[in-house]
Design a protein around this ligand. Structure first.
Ligand SMILES: Cc1cc2nc3c(=O)[nH]c(=O)nc-3n(C[C@H](O)[C@H](O)[C@H](O)COP(=O)(O)O)c2cc1C
Length: 203
């Protein structure tokens, strides 16, 4: 089958990222039609050339400070200076730590603005809330279902906007996630008090 989709993981911790796990699920749903790569500072030129062979690019990345993580920002910024003649259709699969998938709205708008300014068609989007947690819960099936739909939408070129999160009240999510992160800190020798300071480097 013809290769159609280039998946680009833009997480700063790509090899061990949630984005990688989401990308792998996506690939399970489109087999040899998709190829996976990661965005790093040293491979922009190679990826711009590689993208010429694909009709679709799927950017997979996390939400960082209500925005795009640096690898994606610098990749797009540099791309603006090397625009290809044949523009691929850009789709996005974004995941954020908070429960609300709408936290990702601004980041999606940023990619849409990039596309509009530079003549790239925008394709599908999948916004995943509770992206750090959902894969390790019984709600995993909900995200699997949406990723399957995303793959189908891009393959069939019937682009759409999708969203998914865990169907939990915010208070329960905050309680469970606080417990998780405190235990995680303890395991790594970081106290709750230290995690509650703003001094990332000093603690
Ligand atoms: C520096 C940093 C900033 C983050 N900012 C946000 C944020 O603004 N909103 C949010 O919901 N999650 C935020 N997160 C959580 C990540 O989006 C979440 O952990 C995600 O699953 C990481 O995906 P990855 O493993 O693919 O990198 C942030 C995480 C980090 C490390």
């Amino acid at each position: 089958m013809e290769q159609q989709i280039l998946i680009l993981n833009g997480s700063p911790r790509a090899p061990i990222s949630n984005s990688k796990a989401y990308a792998e699920q996506f690939m399970e749903n489109c087999g040899s039609m998709a190829v996976y790569d990661t965005i790093i500072a040293q491979n922009h030129e190679a990826l711009y050339a590689k993208m010429e062979q694909f009709s679709d690019v799927l950017l997979v990345f996390p939400l960082y400070v209500d925005s795009l993580p640096t690898p994606v920002l610098s990749f797009l910024k540099e791309w603006e200076t090397h625009l290809p003649n044949k523009r691929p259709i850009i789709s996005v699969m974004i995941n954020c730590g908070f429960l609300e998938y709408a936290q990702n709205d601004v980041a999606i708008e940023m990619v849409k603005l990039f596309c509009k300014r530079n003549g790239f068609p925008f394709g599908s989007s999948l916004q995943i809330g509770s992206g750090e947690a959902i894969l390790n819960t019984p709600f995993r099936f909900l995200v699997n279902k949406e990723i399957k739909k995303l793959a189908k939408a891009i393959i069939n070129k019937q682009y759409r906007s999708q969203k998914v999160t865990m169907p939990l009240p915010t208070s329960l999510f905050v309680k469970a996630s606080t417990k998780y992160w405190i235990a995680y800190g303890e395991k790594n020798g970081v106290s709750e008090a230290a995690m509650r300071t703003m001094d990332i480097e000093e603690t």
